[in-house]
Design a protein around this ligand. Structure first.
Ligand SMILES: [Zn+2]
Length: 253
């Protein structure tokens, strides 16, 4: 028996971009749903609405950016607690046992078959959709540019409040990251982290090293602090700001 049934939604949501638009926007952690069979991993409603379950605000931001830019959007539908779309499958926290001090009950006794189903029915379909989108854009003679959007919580494990309003993350290729960093610093008074609060050079990330680096496609990961995406007005401000960047970013060859 498979993990996803007819009653479940697809593993990802794809919003097809307008012709000629070379940008693709990703939301690895945008989804907050659980396949019926997982019984919401036995988490309380309160925990399912918290940052441990998904990146708050990102789905709404991506939907607005799709309207404003016509970029293709691919975002996960299921919670990162079911399987993390931005972790190599070989990593222990691909299916995490606890997050921010909260044990995830439904992940404590995951057997090999459960694990394979999460990989085959959720993880790989999302990444194949990204792969197909890139192939399609390249086939049209376009040079895809990728922005992966995430949000991070203000405080983790009882530490100090994180001072960055947003962070631009990059690994080996800073072509697009450098432009976004300068743009955000020039347009706002915010404290923008350069590979902070996380580093793109941490080997635990999967999506951009897997899709963008082998093809040398310009790419960047943006982390936005969650308290900046709480209201519709805040999300709209970010959408307008990033649409401005996307619509003007100089071509990168
Ligand atoms: Zn994230």
């Amino acid at each position: 028996m498979s993990l996803l049934s007819k009653k479940d939604r697809l593993p990802f949501q794809l919003l097809a971009g307008k012709p000629g638009q070379s940008w693709i926007l990703l939301g690895d952690h945008a989804g907050s749903f659980f396949p019926g069979k997982t019984k919401q991993l036995s988490l309380s409603l309160a925990d399912r609405e918290r940052h441990i379950t998904y990146d708050l605000g990102i789905k709404a931001l991506l939907e607005r950016l799709f309207i404003l830019t016509g970029a293709t959007v691919v975002m996960g539908n299921y919670s990162r607690l079911v399987i993390d779309l931005n972790r190599p499958l070989s990593y222990a926290d691909s299916v995490i046992l606890q997050s921010d001090g909260i044990p995830i009950p439904g992940n404590q006794d995951v057997n090999d078959q459960d694990l394979r189903q999460r990989q085959e029915e959720i993880f790989w379909p999302y990444h194949r959709a990204i792969e197909a989108t890139l192939k399609n854009l390249l086939g049209q003679g376009l040079k895809p540019k990728i922005m992966s959007l995430h949000s991070f919580c203000c405080q983790l494990n009882g530490q100090e409040k994180r001072p960055w309003h947003a962070g631009v993350l990059w690994n080996k290729d800073d072509r697009l990251a450098g432009k976004l960093l300068n743009f955000l610093k020039g347009k706002t008074e915010w404290h923008i982290g350069d590979n902070q609060p996380y580093s793109g050079q941490d080997p635990c990330s999967f999506t951009l090293p897997f899709h963008a680096e082998p093809l040398y496609l310009p790419h960047v990961l943006l982390e936005i602090r969650q308290d900046m995406l709480e209201s519709t007005a805040q999300i709209e401000d970010w959408a307008l700001l990033l649409a401005d960047f996307i619509n003007r970013a100089d071509p990168i060859n």
